[in-house]
Design a binder for this molecule. Structure first.
Ligand code: FPP
Length: 261
């Protein structure tokens, strides 16, 4: 097919989908489980790391469109606690990819005033990665309008346990009373404190699971599952997910009439 025509029809389809989006009903916070890199690579007879490399390009595309659409908060599941059980070489290559990504993107974070906010048991990362992650987090710490949270060595239950431990220490020291503990207070001890809960969670690759990602925070989140493998989840797929989100009615346990009142 003529590549120019292919490009034109792609543009038209992206524009078509964009026109279905209502700017005043965009999610404020999108969380993403980027799954299917390994399968994408295997389908092409490539090494798994080639899938992660392509996955990184998909991430850059998706973050770009979310930026253009003014979605202020994005949280991505980049490396789970369970991922430590992968072969050593794959872990090392993923860590290298993360380092390269941060080195390349830190200037863009500063230019766009994006806060890079890592979440998870960061002390478990290799020292050089931990150092770089902390540096970029520190240099973007003062930005508040846009936040990219990256879950690294993250597990949702571990996050809740860590929060409870810190609260227990404060109770023991007498600076916190058990009767003061309620949901808003508990949230202050989570790594996502200060962020609104995700409005939309996207998971690719046909797995319809949460896999220990933000279990507390997604209590009322709209879930979007797609069979598309993460490396193929690009601008058009992102727009589809947003259009789907906008068709939903979020009731938070109430009846329709009372939601907007
Ligand atoms: C899951 O796919 C994906 C990961 C464990 C890593 C996600 C990483 C990236 C998208 C690229 C790098 C991101 C950053 C921030 C540097 P999988 O490998 O489990 O896929 P499979 O289920 O098909 O094997």
């Amino acid at each position: 097919m003529d590549p120019i025509n292919t490009f034109d029809s792609f543009q038209i389809s992206v524009n078509d989908i964009s026109s279905q989006l209502a700017p005043d009903y965009m999610p404020r916070h999108v969380a993403i489980i980027m799954d299917g890199n390994g399968r994408w690579a295997a389908q092409r007879g490539l090494q798994r790391i080639a899938g992660h490399q392509e996955g990184l390009r998909a991430l850059q595309d998706v973050l770009e469109i979310l930026h253009e659409l003014n979605v202020p908060y994005v949280t991505i599941y980049a490396f789970s606690q369970e991922n430590w059980n992968r072969p050593k070489l794959e872990i090392q290559l993923l860590m290298n990819l993360l380092e390269r990504y941060l080195q390349e993107e830190r200037a863009l974070f500063l230019k766009r005033r994006v806060r890079f906010r890592p979440i998870g048991r960061l002390h478990q990362l290799p020292p050089s990665v931990h150092g770089l992650v902390s540096e970029v987090a520190e240099e973007t710490r003062h930005f508040t309008d846009r936040v990219l949270s990256v879950a690294l060595s993250y597990g949702g239950r571990a996050e809740i346990i860590d929060a409870m431990r810190r609260m227990a220490v404060e109770v023991e020291m007498g600076s916190l009373s058990p009767s003061d503990i309620d949901e808003p207070l508990f949230e202050q001890y989570l790594s996502t404190h200060g962020l609104p809960d995700p409005d939309l969670l996207i998971r690719t690759s046909g797995e319809n699971r949460i896999s220990n990602f933000l279990p507390w925070q997604i209590a009322y989140t709209e879930l979007y599952f797609t069979k598309t493998l993460w490396p193929e989840f690009r601008r058009t797929e992102t727009l589809h997910a947003l259009v789907d989100y906008q068709k939903r009615e979020r009731r938070y346990g109430r009846v329709t009439q009372t939601v907007s009142s």
